[in-house]
Design a binder for this molecule. Structure first.
Ligand code: HEC
Length: 127
């Protein structure tokens, strides 16, 4: 085999090794800040039995996918934060169309202030 050909083969081999396998890094997973991370845990513990975060998936309550974008237009005069806070503190203040008043008002007393802030911060990431 001519030397030049061997050299070419070697180059090809090196190229394959360099480019094979891990050439594409996986896309970075979006990370939640520590408060929203805590909120996510509170959510799975206290809200996840009734609310999904997958679009159009109803459990007992509506899916909260996209709630961050919807929250500010639910009740006139309430911005997203006030609406979300009121939804937990006083669930019967506004009922989502098609749903009954099944969300427990006692949640507001079970959660510590830190947990309440955290779960609202988490809901605000669900755009
Ligand atoms: C026992 C079931 C149940 C649990 C537990 C529950 N919810 Fe709900 N939730 C509902 C129902 C039913 C509705 C719809 C009626 C209403 O608007 O109150 C609702 C409505 C909501 C809404 C309004 C959604 C919208 O599209 O405007 C928010 C926000 C919400 N819940 C947040 C929470 C959070 C946060 C928790 C946990 C701290 C929680 N819920 C726990 C049943 C539940």
């Amino acid at each position: 085999m001519p030397l030049r050909f061997k050299f070419c083969l070697l180059l090809c081999l090196l190229f394959l090794i360099a480019c094979g396998g891990n050439s594409e890094a996986p896309p970075p997973t979006p990370t939640l800040n520590p408060q929203a991370q805590l909120g996510k845990q509170v959510f799975s513990r206290d809200c996840g039995a009734c609310h999904s975060t997958t679009p159009d998936t109803l459990i007992v309550g509506p899916s909260l996918a996209g709630i961050a974008s919807r929250a500010s237009s639910r009740v006139e005069g309430q911005d997203a934060y006030s609406y979300l806070l009121t939804s937990v503190m006083q669930p019967d203040a506004y009922l989502v169309e098609g749903f009954e008043d099944l969300m427990p008002a006692s949640l507001s007393k079970q959660l510590t202030g830190e947990e309440l802030d955290a779960v609202i911060a988490y809901l605000q990431t669900l755009e």
